[in-house]
Write a protein that binds this ligand. Sequence first.
Ligand code: 9D3
Length: 227
Amino acid sequence: MSAPLKMDVITIFPGMLSGFLGESMIKRAMQAGLVDLNPVDLRDFTHDTHRTTDDRPYGGGPGMVMKPEPIFEAVAAVKTTAARVILMSPQGRPFSQALARELAQERHLVFICGHYEGVDERVREALVTDEISIGDYVLTNGVLPAAVVIDAVTRLIPGVLGHDQSAQDESFADGLLEYPQYTRPPVYDGRSVPDVLLSGDHGAVETWRRQQARERTRRWRPDLLKE
Ligand code: 9D3
């Protein structure tokens, strides 16, 4: 079998990842040797008694900036030559399924999770190969965003999910939202399942689903139709 995808997550909140690691798909992928996910405590790479990871910005201004030295030392401790070093930050390239597919081809990913207002620019200059945001909203730190990327990447690794999942993903990659789904009972609390789904007419079902998917997409994600 091929080597596991190694993923190191550098953060001052390594405990935030343990709930995520201890459950579900990620845990099974780890046990199966398909991924090797490793939280790295940034404070282990400080040398002062207060284990300081941030400092005031040169030039003044609000908030604190992550100091370069602990990040450089943490990356040096985990990095292999082939690693992508990914800074999770609100300024990053928007995360997407296409980027998840790209990252799933790699051997080693190192995530640097921001906290405070920002990261010393020399980290970007010297270490970072990719900077990723998960969307236009403000979170308190980059740990959950790293977990989001890890989740999306891990499920694409062959053997993590059932074999038919990638085919299913492709069918929804036609760029539309999903059609409404129903299961038994046929009437619940006075609400009926649409007749066409009970008709046994597979052609009519297909037409109805396509039309529903288009209608939902126009309503909630018109941006997807413009492409
Ligand atoms: C209010 C502070 N912001 C003003 C310049 C900067 C800022 C820095 C760090 C805002 C949020 C954060 C913490 N978030 C992340 O590190 C982060 C994030 C996010 O907040 N939203 C979407 N994707 C990401 S990836 C990392």
